[in-house]
Design a protein around this ligand. Sequence first.
Ligand SMILES: [Zn+2]
Length: 387
Amino acid sequence: MMNLPLYPVTVVGSWPRSKEVLRALRDKRAGRIGDKEFFQIADAATLQCLRLQEEAGVDLVSDGEQRRDNFISFVADKLDNVKMLSVAELLDYVEDKASFEEILGALDVPAFSLSNPAAVGRIRRAKPLALEEFLFLRQHTRRAIKVALPGPYLLTRSMWVEGLSQGAYPTKEELAQDVISVLREELKELIEAGADFVQFDEPVLTELVFTQKNANRTFMCGALTAKADAQEELRFATDLINEVTKAFRGHGTRIGVHVCRGNWSTQEDVLLRGPYAPLMPFLNQLDVDQLVLEYATPRAGELDALADLQHAQVGLGVVNPRTPSIETAGQIVDRVEEALRYISKERLFLNPDCGFGTFAQRPMNGPEQAVEKLRACAEAAKVLRSL
Ligand SMILES: [Zn+2]
């Protein structure tokens, strides 16, 4: 694990894709180009976004998820017996199609974001999920590297589709056991390869507590099967994450969990809203080094919730990836000083609230804004280190 300065500046993961990458993703999916051609384009784009992060002053860089269509669907290419479902196919498995479509419309959910990986048999890792991408990046940078993976709860929720998965897994709890095995294999290999940070993305945790209506029928990646009882479901999610990380902490790789309230639209009013308080009891039970929390958006509530966080470091969201205006270093410094009332500086990392391109087809900003926002974080970090 590389030593990092105080207030390390990092990213949540994804970076906006260029037109070339978007075309290559489409062509690969349609079978018009093979892996070799695709990787030539994606590798070049990865190096470009790496260079931009380095120039902006990011201490802990990512590969920008340039090879992924979104933060979860890519697993279909890596796992045996996982099939990609389009939104039309997914609708076949929803009992009330009309109201589901209405929810999607009202929430400004892009239909393409719903391409969803579904388990249609016993899942198994055919290829590593992210190891090869990490090794590629390792060859090209001296900076510390963060690798983002979909968390076990997100994967289980998304991949267990009633009517498709039941043959192999009568319940989603049974699928969860194989999801845990897959993620443990991956985490072990990433630790052995020297990844500095592995982040598990669990955006649907907030959906359990902040969705008032239709709580059992979510829109994030078509995950359709939450239990009615949010507390029970949060306990289930906590157990899954802890099963994945068990015995892996303290081996040189920081392990984190990212929680946010959706990153599919620049319309803040359609995204979920609510403070961390109802999640805190569960976040405190997570066996991880760091929680990567959005805090630039007012939808995440007040910073005083951090006072209840007992152990974990915090990757503090200090810039909003969805807004066109660029936060100033001074604003970020003020925000961090407010956070320091509740949490010590040794426990703070600085990052955007979420990725800049969670869904390839709908980036939240262009690369220019992403660079400027990260540069503001790096400038703020420099000021904070000198205080
Ligand atoms: Zn996020």
